[in-house]
Design a protein. Sequence first.
Length: 330
Amino acid sequence: MPLALVALLVLAPKQRSIVDIEIAPNDQWMAVTTASDNIYIYSFDGKLLETLHHRKGSALIDVEISDDGSLLACSNADKTTTPAPVWSTKTWKEVTRFGLYYSKTKCDPPSGIDFAAKGKYIIGCTTFSHQLVCWDARTGEAIYVQRKKKSGTMYGFTLNPHGTLVAYREGGTNVVWLTDFENPKTIAEWGDSIPVDASKMKRSKFSHDMKRYLVVSEPFATSSQFDIFQPSHGKAVRSAHAIVKNFANRDITWSYDDKLIWAGGLEGQIICVDPESGHLIKHWKGNQGDPIHGMEALHHSHRLVTGGKDVDLWDGDTGKLIRTIALPKQ
């Protein structure tokens, strides 16, 4: 290969892959992360509105927006002891940072986050000590740390941002535990755990009305299992079950009205599932067959965005591609 061509290939900008997408509550813009030190703010007609920049060398991963749309927070997976940032969406300036501090300057930052209680709190699992922590979203102060059942690693968590009910996994227990930071009555309704094999569990998500809990597992190498649980007299009871063959799940989301579930796959597959029956409604392919790493539904329609190399906007009912938005080159 000629040296000049080699130089051009080395210097050519590289295409980033999308890691996460979050949609503003008014459905007017979305935030996109690529594990870089930038967060890209796009309108749904494809216009780049803002680029939020954090410290050079950051790996901004899990982006979340508060229920009122006023705050944007993001986890930072750069494996250092620097806290995670929070921005104001009115000024696009950083307003606070958060992590579990063990000195004045060093902290254990969260590896994944979500807002809770309509933007009052940020919940997250810390990167190094693997503890489930509740922070004040406005000040960044850690106000609650969930005690572990054993000494195992916190593998992940999920919650409904409208409330404070959290489902989390802990190594050494093989159980999905439930905890509530504010309302113990919720635990009395659901029970303290979900009856699933946590070792096979990949993803989970509460419905918007907090009356159903979706769990996606991989009991077989080439299949994904979808189970939906509902609270009943102090226990979580399975209400729907489905197995989708030849599908390795990478992300899931409920529709705004909780009438549909969409899931994205390793080979660009997008499936639509009926949460009442567990039946597969529709199955199509996007992202040019590449893995779908980010998936989110709009708050006021059955439109859906998926992320891989680009952002695709879909009609979630028909599977029709509405628009593709290309990210800036590296």
